[in-house]
Write a protein that binds this ligand. Structure first.
Ligand SMILES: *Cc1c(COP(=O)(O)O)cnc(C)c1O
Length: 353
């Protein structure tokens, strides 16, 4: 007998399905970079990479440790998406044959001295105001050092999920006008998942796709949730009108109710701010959160669930109950749920590949 635990089940076939679907949207002949930072958004990077290596053209990471893990399985392009911050990291990157983002002058100084290093992705700020060179600043560097080099010109969109956001238009416009000033060898990349889905003509040479692969892109029903977060019911009780459930008595019964306590809490990655009425799935039926999430327990209203008993699984998101459900009910983002699953949760990786 194994001990009871909350479980995260990852279905790599769903991820492969999502990748193929998103690739089908791309209008140009862009390369597909699978963004697998933060342990593949919680999808177990070391298991996933060998499973998708045949259908992607490269990988995007943020930490060198992640790049090192990829190199055990793949010789494809690996981009360190926030670049390096020390000589030691630069040396490690060269040893691992990484591509490097350069987003400011400090980083350019670090890499520029290294003449044999030419896998650079020069990041420009087109409006997000987070990382990247200002346009003038970049043109000075380009004219002085890079006008005959091969590199990738890159930028990042601030509101790619919102098709009508005016920032997209202005970011594309700036990026395009800058692209047109570059020599012909320069490649370009601006698209993340939202950009591929909403602006499939703006994909240039490389798309950098993360959330869509994992099913966290919410505006297309063909993209499926690839992780299941679930745990078991450990107690059932009846309560009467006027009784309250959980910390601070947040949930107040207005009728006779059946309350289930489930073996998962915020210490497993179920956020403490989950609201009452958020839908969950038990035996293919819909129940809802009733009471504040505790560290190790969440309470549910299962009054209307037929034949629900201790030991039954409760799913918080899955292929059947898309992550969009819990995301929209709580004004959160899918990235947050996926990367928030804690270490004590039992992780199961399913593959048929
Ligand atoms: C995380 C990241 C991406 C992936 O974005 P998604 O919205 O998950 O597709 C792309 N580019 C950069 C620079 C990133 O940091």
């Amino acid at each position: 007998m194994t001990s009871l635990n909350s479980e995260l089940i990852i279905d790599s076939d769903v991820i492969r399905h999502n990748i193929s679907y998103i690739k089908g949207k791309i209008k140009n002949k862009s390369n597909f970079m699978a963004v697998i930072k933060s342990d593949a958004y919680g999808h177990l990077l070391e298991k996933l990479v060998p499973d998708i290596d045949d259908i992607v053209d490269g990988y995007g990471v943020v930490r060198i440790g992640e790049a090192k893990k990829i190199r055990k399985f793949s010789d494809k392009k690996v981009l360190l998406m926030q670049g390096v911050y020390s000589h030691l990291d630069l040396k490690r990157s060269i040893d691992l044959n990484l591509d490097l983002v350069v987003h400011n002058n400090d980083q350019f100084e670090l890499v520029a001295k290294n003449k044999n290093f030419n896998n650079l992705w020069m990041k420009v700020n087109t409006g997000m105001n987070r990382l990247g060179f200002e346009i003038d600043e970049f043109m000075n560097i380009y004219n002085e050092y890079l006008c005959n080099s091969e590199f990738v010109l890159m930028s990042h969109l601030a509101a790619s999920n919102d098709k009508s956001a005016s920032s997209n238009k202005s970011q594309f416009k700036l990026f395009r006008s800058l692209s047109n000033k570059m020599n012909r060898k320069v490649k370009k990349s601006i698209a993340n998942t939202g950009c591929v889905m909403n602006f499939p003509n703006q994909t240039y040479d490389w798309v950098r796709c993360g959330i869509g692969m994992y099913g966290g892109y919410l505006n297309d029903k063909n993209i499926l949730t690839s992780m299941t977060l679930r745990s078991k019911i450990i107690n059932l009780r009846k309560i009467k009108p006027g009784e309250r459930v959980g910390y601070d008595g947040r949930a107040l019964a207005k009728k006779n109710m059946l309350i289930a306590s489930v073996y998962i809490g915020y210490a497993d990655g179920l956020p403490v701010m989950i609201k009452d009425k958020t839908k969950v799935m038990i035996n293919d039926q819909i129940a809802s959160v009733f009471g504040r999430v505790s560290m190790d327990i969440v309470t549910l209203d299962v009054t209307d669930i037929k034949s629900c008993k201790v030991g039954d699984w409760c799913e918080f998101f899955s292929k059947k109950l898309p992550i969009s459900n819990i995301v929209s009910a709580n004004d959160l983002i899918s990235y947050y749920f996926m990367t928030g699953v804690k270490s004590r949760v039992k992780k199961l990786y399913k593959t048929n590949h």
